[in-house]
Ligand binder design. Structure first.
Ligand code: ADP
Ligand code: MG
Length: 271
């Protein structure tokens, strides 16, 4: 059983062996009085790929920020395996906007977390090189953000999240602003990375199709306040490829999730 004081304060002391993230009775009320979340109970297993799917405003980003430790729950406990690891090592965060520094190169942007952690130069260079190779950007280490396409900027952002080799990758609608062809490509590359690197991924999206394609489990959230409305296990075998995207199995999963999302209420996004 968890240390009760640590559990109350939301401080990690390490959940059971195969659980990466655990939320218990978690609520979040902002200072404005908006009840954004909860209560929510959620366990994510180590190495799992889970999507949080729901309409705009249903608390997806709030949930992710709580897991990242960027904000504190109003009540309940957020526990993350290995959060005691050196800052930024256990969790990598990818935002919808790539948020790159325009004045420095791809190499400089990806290396920022290592610089902040005072990782020695030689080791940092090696790790930046490895992260760039993981996202297929070795050739662009010296390029500046303004020279890159939207998809490449997102790859840089992903490399920056991977450079500290986190156990858990939190992704908040990372591909929502990209065109469909680029998004599909990044979906495929993300699945390859997930399989090879064995990360736990919690992926926020408002796209049924994207959530089903990527995930082992889709959590459908309902708004005001954000709660878990339904849960789907997507047990299609790996590797998932374009063939899966056009399969009857994929269509059936999308239909079931779509219906649950319709029941979840809230506004439908037109995008
Ligand atoms: P989603 O990511 O699903 O669109 P959010 O977690 O961003 O939802 O927001 C959930 C609710 O909380 C919304 O009503 C939103 O307006 C509100 N909210 C989000 N962040 C803040 C904040 N910093 N202060 C006050 N209200 C917020
Ligand atoms: Mg959001």
């Amino acid at each position: 059983m968890a240390d009760p004081v640590a559990a109350l304060s939301g401080i990690d002391i390490g959940p059971s062996a195969d659980v990466a993230v655990s939320l218990r009775g978690v609520t979040k009320t902002y200072d404005s009085g908006v009840v954004a979340l909860g209560p929510i109970d959620l366990d994510v297993r180590k190495g799992e790929f889970v999507s949080l799917l729901g309409p705009s405003g249903c608390g997806k980003s709030t949930a992710l920020r709580l897991i990242a430790g960027l904000s504190e729950p109003t009540s309940g406990a957020v526990r993350v395996a290995n959060r005691a690891a050196p800052a930024g090592q256990s969790i990598g965060f990818v935002f919808q906007e790539p948020t790159l520094m325009p004045w420095t190169s791809v190499r400089g942007n990806v290396g920022l977390p290592l610089k902040l952690a005072h990782v020695p130069r030689e080791q940092a260079d090696m790790r930046v090189g490895r992260a760039l190779a993981q996202v297929g950007l070795e050739e662009f280490a010296g390029a500046f953000p303004r020279e890159l396409s939207g998809g490449m900027k997102m790859r840089v952002s992903l490399a920056r999240a991977l450079v500290t080799d986190p156990d858990i990758l939190l992704m908040d609608e990372p591909f929502a602003a990209l065109d469909e062809i680029t998004r599909f490509r990044l979906n495929n590359d993300l699945l390859v990375l997930w399989r090879n690197l064995r990360k736990t991924v919690i992926f926020v999206t408002h796209s049924v199709f994207e959530s089903v394609y990527l995930s082992q489990r889709v959590i459908v959230m309902t708004p005001r306040p954000g709660r878990i409305g339904a849960e789907f296990r997507i047990d299609a075998a790996a590797p998932r490829t374009e063939e899966f995207r056009t399969s009857a199995e994929y269509g059936a999963h999308c239909r079931a999730v779509s219906i649950a999302l319709g029941h979840a209420g809230g506004e439908k996004r037109s995008s």
